[in-house]
Design a binder for this molecule. Structure first.
Ligand code: ADP
Ligand code: ADP
Length: 224
């Protein structure tokens, strides 16, 4: 089964209004399990819209979304939420960690919310943080960490519930080049280790070139 399959996805905003905008035109995209794909797009091309649709945070006007072989069309909100929580991880340009919790707790919380027993959740949090070189930072709050460290914690949190699909929107967008590189290496390690599929929007062409495949989103259509 494909980790993600988008078929004929179209999406617009403000239908019928003077400011109507058609953002996606019949987009087709398939990610195999374990595949790391760069999504390269100029600003405003619709990449956030595409990622939100792929991650079930938004619905297309037409077209199909399949995650792990399951067709998401017509599913109840309850089931969509379940799939989003269990099978999809998100990372954004800004980490959105909870400031009052430590790194380990930030990775723990989504697991507890999902019903994972605390000892198991703690073990997984420790293991994920160690994998990205942050074992020594587990008990630090986000404010005590650098931008690159915060973003590595955000990756760990996104992977806390062992999703099959990772969606990232400019995950290194606010980091300097050297830090971007370290954070990207950490991400690469996690993706390769877990075998999940990842769709990563980036403006950084060097990073894009190091992924398995690049796709460009231009004028609402996928190229490459
Ligand atoms: P990107 O992430 O590539 O910058 P977006 O998907 O955020 O692009 O937006 C694509 C286009 O859709 C832009 O023109 C944007 O202004 C418009 N857009 C995005 N979200 C909305 C919305 N909720 N309502 C109206 N227009 C929107
Ligand atoms: P304790 O220290 O008592 O074990 P935690 O701080 O680990 O408690 O949080 C316990 C639960 O409270 C978690 O399952 C979490 O879902 C919830 N929780 C508390 N504060 C927040 C918050 N700001 N955002 C999300 N969940 C929270």
């Amino acid at each position: 089964n494909a980790a993600l399959r988008l078929s004929g996805i179209s999406k617009g905003y403000n239908k019928g209004l003077p400011n109507e905008v058609q953002v996606l035109h019949e987009v087709d995209l398939t990610l195999a399990p374990g595949e790391l794909v760069a999504l390269v797009a100029p600003s405003g091309a619709g990449k956030s819209t595409l990622l939100h649709i792929a991650g079930l945070l938004d619905t297309p006007d037409s077209g199909g979304v399949e995650i792990g072989g399951e067709d998401m069309t017509g599913l109840s909100d309850r089931r969509r939420t379940q799939v989003r929580r269990n099978q999809v991880g998100f990372v954004y340009q800004f980490h959105h960690l909870l400031p009052e919790f430590t790194a380990a707790e930030n990775v723990l919380l989504p697991q507890l919310a999902n019903g994972t027993p605390r000892p198991e959740a703690e073990a997984r949090a420790g293991q994920l943080l160690a994998q990205v070189g942050l074992a020594a930072r587990a008990d630090h709050r986000p404010a005590a960490m650098s931008g690159g460290e915060q973003q590595r914690v955000a990756f760990c949190r996104a992977l806390a519930n062992a999703p099959r699909l990772l969606l990232a929107d400019e995950p290194t967008g606010n980091l300097d080049p050297a830090t971007s590189d370290t954070v990207f290496e950490a991400l690469l390690g996690l993706v390769r280790e877990t075998g999940l599929a990842a769709l990563i929007a980036t403006h950084n062409l060097d990073l894009a070139a190091r992924m398995d495949r690049q796709i460009r989103l231009e004028a609402g259509t996928i190229h490459g």
